[in-house]
Design a protein around this ligand. Structure first.
Ligand SMILES: Cc1ncc(C[n+]2csc(CCOP(=O)(O)OP(=O)(O)O)c2C)c(N)n1
Ligand SMILES: [Mg+2]
Length: 685
């Protein structure tokens, strides 16, 4: 078989597998895989350094399919290149990541070819994508990570990290704000290891983009500081290959390739129409399209002879060679730089270095206390020195969030200083969320930060953190009404409830400085869960831990902080964050009046829910029905802990603009209100 013929056969295999899978599933997106098969073929078989045998090789090139609806592109290429499956413990499973049977069962339960690319579910998927724009934005985080890793670990003669990141996106990604934020950041940082290819097909679901999207996208990217290239024919493999080669030679800026394509390529009635986007072609049209490709019309899920071999001779050979060369290089590196090599290995396994928690601060009892954000800043600065690969920053609020790493040598991450640990995301919260995901997917321990209220702006990326089971960290300050005068635009109300509702996300709202330290201690040990910290702006009294229980209770999510004298409470006060010291003050009054109250500090619902029933019942004895939750946030959801007979002092409305003291008075966050409510509940009025 001559070369052109086998190439065409390989490309058409990607197309027809996609068509057949969508047809069998009776749902899915055939048009874009049909159009982009040559692109994906070229990136994988001609450009990428990726060893299908070892898809977690640390120096592999990354491929991100940001237009995740075109997932059949990924399932086809993972299958045809015989990428091997690896489990969450990084063990090779000795079977393909995506079998032909999975493709036959596209979009069915347990198939390794789900509707959209899912990290953690299918080996070879570098990030979950589908919410448009997230993939490309995440790729910026991956590119930042590569730059940082290269700066720290590469040594003369040892290019340990020199990989590139390829991301494919569609019109939807280009319309989404998150992609613009990320492109702006990527351009500013001059990420020349990053290449986005835009599938410029002029089609989205509602029709031609002439109805919605008529700006000059290329000009936008030039303005962002990207190198912009154009390939006028998505079927021209040589020109695609040339453009990718130009990308690899380009220094000092990321590359944006505009690829003009025809959605549904080859379909006589659906090409260039939105009908090709998101529904099966239909049996008749499938046959006509196959005829157009010169494909046997009746054949289904056909992988013609020679196609697997063709990929094996391309990416298979090149990737294996690159991986083996690297592994040899790394062996020599380990001999010369054992400490750095050990770090790289720990990073890959998401382990913490020895002594990661040494010198963590401990705060003495102090009625005036320390702000949550202050305690966080101190703790973070210690951890970042103990854990070299812990890095991050804020969306322009570092002075308020106290996230700046201020110790000698921490440095700022900029184009010319990629070893810096302080990232400046700019006022781009959504991209920040995705960038943190990208760092984490690269095994760097990344964090992002802003005011808690603006967690909304990052929420879709945080949700993906949870879906991907990434140990990302989000540090949110100004967690309630502590910024009083800024008013309701800046006062979170529903945010705790809404983040607590995200499956797998660990939400922690510490009560005092020592709970902040314990929260970090807990978070740092997470390997497969994201965490958010909700921290106060204002000082919170540092509780006297000789009198009250140890802050180590944070690791249980909730714990008995102060108890009734006989340890058999008639009422339980449950609080988080700034309301814990309020609960303690009310508790002292109640006890003085002979009421047997208990205070439960509950920094994290999620952690508490993961404790044994025995433990949970010991903290909240089922027999004690008089329960009062106090939290400066939406009351939504607290019924689960206070029960039918309980009460909640929380927020039913937005806040207001006034000094904090007046707000506490207006909204009832005062000891006397707590005491009165308890008495009412106990019928002692
Ligand atoms: C954030 C987000 N909004 C909406 C959707 C639903 N959606 C999926 S694909 C699509 C159209 C995308 O158009 P384009 O990126 O041009 O893809 P093409 O049809 O060209 O493959 C939409 C609106 C989504 N997946 N994510
Ligand atoms: Mg499109």
């Amino acid at each position: 078989m001559n070369n052109d013929k086998i190439i065409q056969l390989a490309v058409n295999t990607i197309r027809t597998l996609s068509i057949d899978a969508v047809q069998a599933a009776k749902s899915g997106h055939p048009g874009t895989p049909m159009a982009l098969a040559p692109l994906v073929y070229t990136i994988w078989n001609r450009a990428m350094n990726f060893d299908p045998q070892y898809p977690i090789w640390p120096n592999r090139d990354r491929f991100v399919l940001s237009n995740g609806h075109a997932s059949m592109l990924l399932w086809s290429i993972l299958h045809l290149t015989k990428v091997q499956a690896v489990n969450a413990d990084y063990e090779e499973l000795g079977k393909p990541s995506v079998a032909l049977e999975d493709i036959r069962r596209f979009r069915q339960l347990d198939s390794k070819a789900p509707g959209h690319p899912e990290y953690h579910w299918v080996s070879g998927v570098e990030t979950t994508s589908g919410p448009l724009g997230q993939g490309v934005a995440t790729s910026v985080g991956m590119a930042i990570a590569q730059k940082w890793l290269a700066k720290r670990y590469n040594k003369p003669g040892f290019e340990i990290f020199n990989y590139n990141i390829y991301a494919v996106c569609g019109d939807g990604c280009m319309m989404e704000g998150i992609a613009s934020e990320a492109a702006s950041l990527g351009g500013h940082l001059g990420l020349d290891n990053l290449c986005w290819v835009w599938d410029n097909n002029h089609i989205t679901i509602e029709g031609n983009t002439s109805i919605t999207f008529t700006e000059d996208v290329a000009a936008r990217f030039l303005a962002y500081g990207w190198n912009v290239l154009r390939v006028g024919d998505a079927n021209d493999i040589e020109r695609i290959e040339n453009a990718l080669a130009v990308f690899r030679r380009t220094q000092g800026r990321p590359t944006f390739i505009v690829l003009d394509s025809h959605i549904g390529y080859g379909s006589p009635h659906k090409q260039d129409t939105s009908a090709a986007h998101g529904e099966p072609l239909g049996e008749e049209e499938v046959k006509l399209t196959k005829r157009d490709y010169g494909w046997p019309e009746e054949a289904q899920f056909l992988v013609p002879d020679g196609v697997y071999d063709h990929f094996a001779a391309g990416i298979g050979q090149r990737g294996a060679q690159a991986q083996q060369d690297w592994t040899k290089l790394f062996t020599a590196y380990r001999a010369q730089y054992p400490d750095l090599a050990k770090e790289i290995e720990q990073i890959q396994r998401r382990e913490l270095p020895e002594g990661w928690d040494r010198n963590l601060p401990s705060f003495p009892a102090d009625p005036k206390g320390v702000a949550g954000r202050e305690a966080s800043g101190k703790t973070l600065n210690v951890l970042a020195q103990n854990i070299p690969w812990l890095l991050g920053g804020s969306a322009d609020l570092a002075p308020s969030n106290k996230t700046a790493l201020t110790y000698e040598g921490a440095g700022n991450f900029q184009a010319g200083t990629p070893g810096g640990k302080n990232l400046h995301y700019g006022i781009r919260e959504h991209a920040m969320g995705a960038v943190v995901n990208g760092l984490s997917l690269s095994k760097i321990r990344g964090y992002g930060s802003t005011f808690f209220i603006f967690s909304d702006y990052a929420r879709p990326a945080i949700r993906l953190s949870a879906l991907m089971e990434l140990p990302t960290i989000f540090i949110f300050t100004h967690d309630a009404m502590g910024d009083g005068e800024d008013g309701p635009t800046h006062q979170p109300v529903e945010h705790l409830a809404s983040l607590r509702a995200i499956p797998g996300l660990v939400t922690i709202r510490p009560a005092d400085a020592n709970e902040v330290v314990e929260a970090y201690r807990y978070i740092m040990q997470l390997r497969h869960k994201p965490a958010i910290l909700a921290l106060s702006r204002q000082p919170l009294p540092t509780l006297d831990r000789t009198k009250y229980a140890s802050a180590a209770g944070v690791a249980n999510g909730a714990y008995v902080l102060a108890d009734a004298p006989d340890k058999s409470p008639e009422v339980i006060l449950i609080a988080s964050g700034s309301e814990v010291s309020l609960a303690v003050r009310a508790h002292e009054k109640l006890v003085a009046e002979g009421i047997r109250s208990r205070v439960v500090s509950m920094p994290s619902w999620d952690i508490f829910e993961h404790q044994s029933k025995e433990y949970r019942d010991s903290v909240l004895p089922p027999g004690v029905k008089a329960r009062l939750a106090i939290e400066q946030a939406s009351t939504f959801g607290w019924e689960r802990y206070v029960g039918d007979a309980g009460r909640v002092i929380g927020m039913e409305t937005f806040g207001a603009s006034a000094p904090l003291k007046e707000l506490q008075n207006k909204f009832g966050f005062e000891p006397d209100r707590v005491v009165a409510t308890v008495k009412e509940m106990l019928g002692k009025k």
